[in-house]
Ligand binder design. Structure first.
Ligand SMILES: CC(C)(COP(=O)(O)OP(=O)(O)OC[C@H]1O[C@@H](n2cnc3c(N)ncnc32)[C@H](O)[C@@H]1OP(=O)(O)O)[C@@H](O)C(=O)NCCC(=O)NCCS
Length: 392
């Protein structure tokens, strides 16, 4: 009896719930691989469109395939007028992730074939969603600032087009190039919380839109995708290199979190942070405002030391740590950082939904249904006798 009262909260750490061919995170070696290719090569050499093809269609595209997927994404960028009208009814201070999550089922409402769960339809919806979610995030940013949404520019790639739709003017080449790298880096990360949410919903045979809407909600939390916004808020709160020591001491003494540090899987460093940091440094130099990058470097060094001293373990920056200052240098407002994460990760989510539902000849889709340990009440050795309302 006493044993059954032991609290179980594993967070599923280390539990393998399914096989996947999409990506691999090696936490000890600090490696990330999309369908066999190391992230260091992909981030340096590919466009987000190539990554979408790799994740959804299982191979890097040849020239013709790249033209074709780019054409399909461009053709899908426009969002329904009724959705824009609905966004205009929402309060300006609505959380952008809530807006994004609200918008996904509205796209389903406008898709007469939303509910057909076939691989062809799932791939069609996946590409449509990947194209449209960027338009929604940018449109919301315009609408909340009382500006008209900017229609997508078919001549721009996915990364440059998002920045254009958000700002109403084309980004500098270096900014668009670095933003493409960010989209590549955030596109996929095996069974993270939001992807697991998407797969778990897909396992019920719910449609693609339902799975993606759930994943957006999961990503919004500050321990997951929401951390990038919180990193920027933390930097702004500290505001000076001289105040970093006191901030760290206070956070660690009060059981708080140093946002953007630590990871559930990477225990020797997150490879994505190593790619993001130099881009943040470069944009800090180009914009003549290295403060946020410099503060991040000092916070990393001092945070690491303090954490080792306090907890005896090593802690490293995760993907959200340097992306915060980098996005800030790109002119993206802090509360859009997590939607920006979503407009990239949607490639991974949709690939996982397809794998979950149609995994291939050797896959056997199964409804997720974990077990739990009941530690609630019994009345003595028996279940409680029901007491009618009047007698309680
Ligand atoms: C991501 C995160 C939830 C992983 O946590 P985890 O799986 O428990 O990681 P670990 O097992 O290495 O943590 C060991 C201990 O350090 C603590 N810890 C880990 N990261 C921490 C951080 N950034 N600040 C303060 N404490 C932290 C954990 O709470 C845990 O404490 P405990 O032993 O008292 O329970 C955690 O690192 C975190 O909260 N980071 C900040 C939020 C963040 O950046 N999220 C984005 C992740 S990509």
């Amino acid at each position: 009896m006493e044993d059954s009262k032991k609290i179980i909260n594993t967070g599923l750490r280390g539990v393998t719930v399914a096989s996947t061919r999409i990506s691999h995170v090696d936490g000890e070696a600090g490696k990330l691989i999309y369908r066999g290719y190391p992230i260091f090569d992909l981030s340096d050499k590919t466009s987000y469109e190539e990554i979408v093809h790799l994740l959804l269609h299982e191979s890097l595209p040849d020239e013709q395939q790249l033209i074709a997927i780019n054409d399909r994404l461009v053709a899908n960028r426009t969002i329904p007028e009724s959705l824009i009208a609905a966004l205009k009814t929402q309060p300006d201070n609505a959380l952008p992730m809530d807006i994004l999550q609200t918008a996904i089922p509205m796209l389903a409402n406008n898709d007469p074939n939303a509910a057909e769960v076939t691989i062809e339809n799932a791939q069609r919806i996946a590409e449509s969603l990947i194209a449209k979610i960027a338009t929604i995030a940018a449109a919301w940013h315009r609408i909340r600032n009382h500006l008209e949404p900017v229609p997508p520019d078919p001549g721009l790639d996915h990364a440059a087009n998002f920045l254009y739709m958000m700002n109403g003017k084309k980004a500098e080449d270096v900014t668009a190039r670095f933003f493409n790298v960010c989209l590549v880096l955030h596109a996929e990360h095996s069974f993270n919380a939001s992807t697991f949410s998407a797969r778990q919903i897909a396992s019920t045979r719910a449609h693609m839109y339902a799975s993606v809407a759930g994943a957006v909600g999961s990503l919004s939390g500050e321990l997951h995708g929401g951390a990038n916004t919180r990193v920027m808020q933390m930097l702004e709160k500290i505001n000076s290199i001289n105040a970093i020591d006191d901030y760290i001491t206070n956070v660690l003494d009060t059981g708080g979190k140093l946002m953007g540090l630590g990871h559930a899987v990477y225990k020797t460093g997150d490879p994505r942070a190593r790619i993001l940091a130099p881009m943040s440094r470069q944009l800090g130099e180009i914009t003549g405002n290295p403060k946020w990058y410099d503060m991040s470097v000092t916070l990393e060094e001092k945070g690491k030391k303090a954490f080792k001293k306090k907890k005896g373990i090593d802690i490293y920056p995760n993907v959200d740590f340097y992306s915060a200052s980098l996005y800030h240098y790109m002119g993206i407002p802090a509360d859009l950082f997590t939607p920006v994460f979503a407009i990239s990760r949607i490639a991974g989510w949709t690939a996982h939904v397809i794998e979950e539902q149609f995994g291939g000849a050797d896959a056997k889709p199964v409804l997720y249904r974990p077990a739990s340990d009941y530690i609630g009440e019994y009345c003595g050795p028996e279940e409680c006798a029901f007491v009618p309302l009047d007698d309680r």
